[in-house]
Write a protein that binds this ligand. Structure first.
Ligand SMILES: Nc1ncnc2c1ncn2[C@@H]1O[C@H](COP(=O)(O)OP(=O)(O)OP(=O)(O)O)[C@@H](O)[C@H]1O
Ligand SMILES: [Mg+2]
Length: 230
């Protein structure tokens, strides 16, 4: 692992209680250089969400090492697992309670984060009245409002239409570059690879390839085992 990595996992193994012969992560290692925007690819059930949760420290240590530069922002695959407050503004503010900010600072952080995902106009909207794609954007706003060093995003465009998908990936990329955040973004959509600095391919819990996004895209197109949206 290079010392310039802001997030790294080395030789990690993980099972979900089905015994050592059915590991979800197998000797899994990766490193994302500080300030870079990387994507994580792989077929359904190969362990992408598990790997993100292990990186974020949400799963028990079962061997291997993880190094992360806190604070961490995490956007879950299903936004309903993340949004806990009754309104958009209250939900984004909720993540800031531990930060000892003044009400004015909280208001500014919330507005800035919602503006970054084009949702400022919905600040008073009840969460139940949002579409799936809007919920995903609120979850991203909640993560970036905390001014995290590291951002983990699990299929943040899964519920978005093609135009909103590209708009969001551009917005997040600009934001992480502007703020020097290190980000790992899970996706099945190969057109998103245009926006990242590097990519990682996971197969049955193992990192099988890492590196230049275009090379990985060509490799996956040849394999033809992943949803292709070009
Ligand atoms: N809490 C859990 N308990 C038991 N098994 C789990 C648990 N979470 C995940 N798994 C299993 O671990 C494997 C990897 O799941 P994971 O959610 O990491 O896949 P994924 O690559 O994110 O898939 P997808 O593309 O469908 O989101 C799957 O076989 C899944 O059923
Ligand atoms: Mg997943």
């Amino acid at each position: 692992m290079g010392s310039a990595a802001a997030m790294a996992i080395a030789a990690s193994n993980l099972t979900f209680g089905w015994g050592p012969d059915r590991p979800v992560l197998k000797n899994c290692s990766l490193a994302v250089p500080r300030g870079e925007f990387w994507m994580l690819l792989g077929t359904n059930g190969c362990g992408k969400s598990t790997l993100l949760r292990r990186l974020a420290g949400l799963l028990p240590d079962q061997g291997g090492t993880v190094s992360m530069a806190p604070p961490i922002g995490f956007v879950f695959q299903n936004p309903d697992h993340q949004l806990v407050m009754p309104t958009v503004g209250a939900d984004v503010a909720f993540g800031l309670v531990a930060e000892k900010l003044s009400p004015e600072q909280v208001r500014r952080r919330v507005e800035e984060a919602l503006d970054a995902v084009n949702l400022l106009h919905l600040i008073r909207r009840p969460i139940y009245a949002l579409s799936g794609g809007q919920k995903q954007r609120v979850a991203i706003a909640g993560a970036i409002a905390r001014h995290c060093e590291v951002l983990l995003l699990d299929e943040p465009t899964a519920l978005l239409d093609p135009d909103s998908q590209i708009e969001l990936v551009e917005q997040v990329r600009d934001l992480v570059k502007r703020r020097g955040i290190t980000a790992l973004w899970v996706t099945h959509r190969l057109n998103e690879l245009d926006y990242c600095d590097g990519a990682i391919l996971l197969d049955r819990g193992e990192v099988v390839d890492t590196g230049e996004p275009e090379r990985l895209r060509q490799k996956l197109l040849k394999l033809g085992d992943i949803e292709v949206v070009c």
